[in-house]
Design a protein around this ligand. Structure first.
Ligand SMILES: [Zn+2]
Length: 441
């Protein structure tokens, strides 16, 4: 038998493919050619069957699908720790929006997004969703870094450094969508900020375009009790009902937060096959409330996971987010069995892919899918003794032990060394921004 040549063969002690759920393969190899997974087989067999241009041995590592951060504001990483310990409305109105008004520019977004991507790669994220001003700059930085992304361009009623108002935002966003239509790693989505920052007109326009273009829509929804109460008094209905009336709740909808959920809201999410993006650390930090994840999952609703911006988290580590999601789900439901380690891994991988309509290509280690993979070095003090690799990944702060990351078969990190981003330059720029922002000029 002649050996088949492939680009890359990764042999890991443990492989957790996510699909099928709960499976852990030992001493398996993943063969990759032209960016795609072509085989998953025992390492002994793989070394006979394949000749790889590059071979990576991971003797004490777990290989998993790259994590998918389904909600972030990457450039806000420059405001990490700028304003802590405030409730959402005060945090936004007194601190974040004024700082953004003063500082947000193309350079701010480029430097902040690069810092965020460096952090995400270092903690095993191969795909992220972004929602921020100057999405063209974020898309450009993501493209150079080689990371996969959904760039949801923001739409508000009010003007910003990036645009004059809703029509201008939508116009620019559609142009961006056109510019990136042939790119494999970047998808442009609509990012109407929230029901309370948008009037009916632009929301309806977005619903029409999204349906016509089959494009995802990401929106902050039911983040706080105040948002729901204000909507009841202003519009006579809960925010999600208002969005249903405007045509925005559909399988294309990614509803971020959903901490305030009643039975009717669950029925609405089910009826329209809408997705929920759960951001537990941001919700905890801003004291926004608790998303009833177990109830949503039990109802068959797809729940993905996001970090939200680093200004309200304050990190972009999806391993930490998995742990928090699992712990909070148990506390909220009073059920220690809620969101076990494999469910948390699903939420951080395949569920994010489903929310973005990308599950045909990413979110699991399966033949035919893109080789978006992360390796985590176990066998350290923090992860021994090892009875169950999935448990170590979710419950032991494994983010800092990510050793390798690939997107579409290309290495973005090898032995914790970034391959596409200059770490020193990123650090220098972050410190320059800190000095400017702290001094207010
Ligand atoms: Zn957010």
């Amino acid at each position: 038998m002649t050996a088949i040549s492939v680009d890359l063969l990764i042999s890991a002690r443990w492989t957790i493919p996510v699909i099928p759920k709960g499976k852990v393969f030992e001493n398996c190899s993943v063969a990759i050619d032209q960016g795609n997974i072509v085989a998953i087989l025992p390492t002994a067999e793989a070394t006979r069957k394949y000749i790889a241009r590059e071979q990576v041995e991971l003797p004490q590592h777990a290989l998993i699908p790259g994590l998918i951060n389904a909600h972030s504001h990457a450039a806000m990483t420059l405001l990490r720790g700028y304003a802590d310990d405030q409730p959402l409305q005060t945090w936004l109105e007194k601190y974040i929006w004024p700082a953004e008004g003063q500082w947000v520019s193309e350079d701010f977004v480029r430097d902040g997004t690069e810092l965020a991507i460096a952090e995400m790669i270092r903690s095993g994220t191969s795909c992220f969703s972004d929602m921020y001003f100057f999405p063209d700059c974020a898309a450009d930085v993501a493209s150079h870094a080689g990371i996969r992304s959904q760039i949801a361009f923001p739409v508000f009623d009010f003007p910003s450094a990036w645009g004059r108002g809703p029509d201008d935002y939508i116009h620019k966003g559609l142009q961006l969508r056109d510019d990136y239509k042939d790119r494999d790693l970047i998808r442009i989505a609509f990012g109407p900020h929230a029901p309370y920052t948008l009037s009916n007109g632009p929301l309806e326009t977005i619903a029409t375009y999204a349906e016509e273009l089959d494009s995802c829509v990401q929106i902050h929804l039911h983040e706080t009790a105040k948002e729901v109460a204000d909507s009841l008094s202003e519009h006579g209905m809960r925010p999600i009902q208002r969005l249903v009336k405007l045509g925005l709740i559909s399988p294309l909808a990614q509803c971020v937060h959903m901490t305030q959920v009643d039975e009717q809201d669950i029925a609405t999410l089910m009826e329209h096959n809408a997705h929920v993006i759960h951001c537990p650390e941001s919700n905890l930090k801003l004291a926004s409330g608790f998303c009833p994840v177990k109830t949503l999952l039990d109802s068959g609703i797809n729940v993905a996971l996001g970090t939200d911006g680093a200004a309200s988290n304050n990190n972009l580590d999806m391993f930490g987010e998995m742990s928090t999601a699992a712990l909070v789900a148990k506390a909220v439901s009073g059920d220690a069995g809620a969101v076990d380690a494999h469910t948390a891994l699903q939420m951080a991988t395949i569920n994010g892919a489903k929310a973005m309509g990308w599950d045909d290509q990413i979110g699991s280690i399966e033949i035919g899918k893109s080789a978006d993979l992360a390796a985590v070095a176990l066998g350290t003090i923090e992860s021994e003794p090892l009875y169950n690799p999935a448990s170590q990944l979710v419950y032991t702060n494994a983010g800092s032990r990510v050793s390798h990351l690939w997107v579409n078969g290309a290495a973005l990190m090898v032995e914790r060394q970034l391959q596409t981003i200059n770490e020193q330059e990123v650090l220098i720029k972050a410190r320059q921004w800190q000095r400017k922002i702290a001094h207010g000029n």
